[in-house]
Design a protein around this ligand. Structure first.
Ligand code: ADP
Ligand code: MG
Length: 301
């Protein structure tokens, strides 16, 4: 097969591993810089152009769309969909996952366990917002944050109030969330491929840190999932309509709760913690699934 990886940087670990795994399995793999794709969206014969030429026919596209280019990136993926190319994750599902609020609303509608979460845009009644999610301790999150930056723990209602007001004053979009203290600064990353959890790791925050992000000094280890955790991850992926994703779960006293679903999960952490060849598993799934016009909207919303 001929496969394109949409990625801004061919030197990234995840991109390199996907190229390597695809080539090992006998495929031709091209890395295409998403932002350098351009297209005529009105023609009856949709194509994607790149470096002055129409791109060749691809049997499959692997979108690795970074958070900063979601808008343009999903438009490029959509163009491939219009050409009938199998896209590992479809554009609608990627957009859906990027919006934390929309994701939580969709998951909540389907009864997936979630931390109690509030959202507001105007500082009209911050006290009620805090009360509504159960009061301090609370986690306050910037909607656009990644790598743990913009995730703050407020120990008291007073602190929560000040932080929320400060963020609102900056016109930042925030989530206010119940703090799952019993998770003990750890979370579980479940890597889902084609409706199965193919690898899972437990990430533990550094001493005295409630955030488990590896970028914040956390460490990762292979973990065995409970039946409930596995089912939660698979269900979340299905609801989001993502063939490949990372589902982050907190172990709460009332069972697994989903924190976020990542549509371009990194391979480095999960492959080194679990010693599994996740890149090859992704290609196995592509080999089974890539047939012309197979990509379609699976979820709703
Ligand atoms: P980011 O997108 O920046 O990674 P997350 O929502 O994943 O933001 O939060 C970063 C980390 O903070 C998580 O990996 C988790 O360890 C911790 N965390 C986030 N939300 C909660 C919560 N509600 N209760 C307990 N810990 C949390
Ligand atoms: Mg996270």
């Amino acid at each position: 097969m001929r496969v394109a990886i949409l990625s801004r940087n061919s030197n990234l670990y995840s991109t390199r591993r996907l190229v390597e795994a695809g080539q090992q399995r006998g495929h031709t793999v091209d890395v295409i810089d998403t932002l350098h794709c351009y297209m005529d969206i009105t023609t009856s014969q949709p194509t994607v152009r790149y470096m002055g030429k129409a791109l060749p026919h691809y049997d499959a596209v692997i979108p690795r769309i970074g958070a900063s280019i979601t808008f343009y990136g999903t438009a490029v993926v959509r163009q491939f969909e219009m050409m009938g190319t199998f896209c590992l994750n479809e554009s609608v599902a990627i957009s859906r996952a990027r919006d934390k609020l929309r994701s939580l609303q969709l998951l909540s509608r389907k009864g997936v366990g979630l931390p109690r979460t509030g959202f507001a845009s105007k500082p009209d009644d911050v006290k009620d917002l805090i009360k509504n999610v159960g009061g301090a301790p609370l986690v306050i999150k910037l909607l656009e944050g990644t790598q743990g930056i913009g995730v703050v723990l407020a120990d008291t209602n007073k602190a929560a109030e000040s932080i929320i007001e400060a963020f609102m004053g900056l016109r930042a979009n925030i989530l206010v969330q119940e703090f799952i203290a019993e998770a003990g600064g750890a979370d579980i990353r479940c890597f889902v491929v084609g409706g199965k959890v193919v690898a899972a790791m437990k990430r533990q925050g550094a001493e005295g840190e409630f955030r488990s992000n590896l970028h914040r000094g956390g460490s990762a280890q292979l973990t065995r999932l409970s039946k409930d955790e596995r089912a939660t991850a698979v269900n979340a992926a299905k609801i989001m309509g993502l063939n490949v994703c990372g589902v982050d779960i907190l172990q709460s006293s009332r069972g697994p709760v989903v924190m976020e679903v990542n549509s371009s999960p990194g391979l480095e952490g999960i492959e080194s913690a679990t010693k599994k060849d996740v890149a090859s598993m992704i290609f196995e799934f592509i080999e089974e699934s890539a047939q012309p016009h197979k990509t379609r909207t699976k979820g709703k919303g």
